[in-house]
Design a protein around this ligand. Structure first.
Ligand SMILES: CC(C)(COP(=O)(O)OP(=O)(O)OC[C@H]1O[C@@H](n2cnc3c(N)ncnc32)[C@H](O)[C@@H]1OP(=O)(O)O)[C@@H](O)C(=O)NCCC(=O)NCCS
Length: 385
């Protein structure tokens, strides 16, 4: 599909011999070929190493990316060095897959976009092409009226994390996962090394009851979501994001609708007969690169897990999570995944103790009308915080 030329979607440096330009259908082969190298690299990086792309995965994923690059809504950029294709970036008017819905629903940012894929052939790396691709893509989307840029990253992958850090992207959400298969080596190693699991308090066994979610729990759900949101907003990377009124109710409705679908379930924890926590989970729908790799697995995604503050640290969250895992196993899932807000110590500790690994993250930054300013390099941390 031919695009109408859009002003400002290119950058050149005659001195250094590179050029950034929009994707053209003739670039399809390059995207396909370099994608194979890209995927192999991603598979090595994924902390959940068994998340090996299936052999059948590359091709559908290439088709998916090509469709993104050729879609008028999205933007594919190609970096050339001395006339040779050296890298690409795809930006789409959306949010990265796995972005927690609470964050989306709770905020009033008008138009988010996401850097979906970025890749520079190894021999052209560390010459500034990654920076140029990202700033050209961000500028183009800022001109189209987008005001927030997201990017997902692999936990611990330095180049990726650093490059986003250079543009001021800050971590919003942490993605964690755990293999549910009994014989998984990494999971066992982790659990052996980890601190002892928190058990329920001695009298909790008699007080705590876990059951399926009922229609009469909806009020508890709405109130909890409102309270949770007030807490979570404090962790959002930008204070510019503000809460929508009536958010709790609308989010409760969407969770409930989702839980009513086949292959989804919701658990409520009662403490001495009063609801104190819940979780919503379901078989994961597939999107994004990990999602596509996972299409060949049966993965459970936990979309919301909550314990009222007065009952935190009693083992309620862990108990709910274990019941969710049982359900997932019973439905044949071999992987369970979820996201929590960066900086939330309750979730960080809970998932660590339960043997979950930090796998991916989502970073974000406000886009000014000019795009993204490049910050000076910092020597220290390899993390986006
Ligand atoms: C991430 C990637 C696109 C960066 O491309 P690049 O052209 O090498 O990036 P740049 O030369 O513009 O480097 C920009 C900054 O990123 C950081 N960076 C890049 N490579 C790094 C590395 N190996 N170690 C530490 N920081 C690194 C640095 O801060 C660098 O700035 P500096 O050189 O002034 O210190 C490239 O490494 C790549 O394709 N990796 C594999 C695929 C991937 O991870 N894609 C991202 C997610 S889809």
């Amino acid at each position: 599909m031919e695009r109408h030329p859009e002003p400002g979607i290119s950058a050149t440096s005659p001195r250094r011999g590179w050029k950034i330009r929009p994707y053209r259908p003739q670039d399809r082969k390059f995207l396909e070929v370099s994608l194979e190298a890209h995927l192999a690299e991603k598979a090595r990086l994924a902390p959940l190493r068994d998340l090996r792309p299936s052999r059948h995965w590359g091709e559908p994923y290439a088709r998916y990316l090509i469709a993104l690059a050729e879609d008028r809504q999205g933007l594919g950029l190609i970096a050339e060095v001395g006339g040779e294709r050296a890298g690409y970036l795809l930006v789409v008017p959306a949010v990265p897959h796995g972005m927690p819905r609470w964050e989306l629903r709770s905020t009033t940012f008008r138009r988010p976009c996401a850097a979906e894929e970025m890749f520079v052939l190894p021999r052209f790396r560390r010459t500034g092409l990654g920076v140029e691709l990202l700033s050209t893509g961000a500028r183009a989307f800022a001109r189209r009226g987008f005001d927030w840029l997201y990017a997902a990253y692999h936990a611990g992958h330095r180049p990726e994390v650093r490059i986003y850090e250079r543009f001021g992207l800050r971590s919003c959400s942490v993605g964690v996962g755990k293999w549910l298969g009994s014989g998984h080596r990494m999971r066992r190693r982790r659990l052996e090394r980890g601190s002892p699991r928190p058990g329920l308090l001695p009298d909790a066994g008699s007080r705590l009851r876990l059951r399926e979610f009922r229609g009469s729990d909806r009020r508890f759900l709405e109130e909890s979501l409102d309270a949770e949101l007030a807490e979570r907003v404090r962790h959002l990377p930008s204070r510019e994001l503000t809460v929508r009124r009536g958010w709790g109710r609308s989010y409760a409705r969407s969770l409930w609708t989702e839980a009513s679908k086949p292959n989804a379930w919701a658990i409520v924890a009662e403490w001495s007969g009063t609801a104190v926590g819940f979780a919503f989970a379901g078989i994961q729908e597939h999107g994004g690169w990990q999602g596509r790799a996972l299409a060949f697995r049966r993965a459970c995604s936990v979309s919301s897990l909550y314990v009222v503050p007065a009952r935190e640290r009693l083992g309620v969250g862990a108990s709910i999570l274990r019941v969710v895992e049982q359900h997932a196993r019973a439905r044949g899932c071999d992987l369970i995944r979820t996201f929590y807000p960066e900086g939330d110590r309750f979730y960080a500790e809970l998932f660590r103790r339960e043997g979950y690994l930090r796998n991916v993250g989502v970073t974000g930054v406000h886009l000014s009308p000019e795009g993204l300013p490049l910050l000076p390099p910092r020597r220290s941390s390899g993390r986006v915080t």
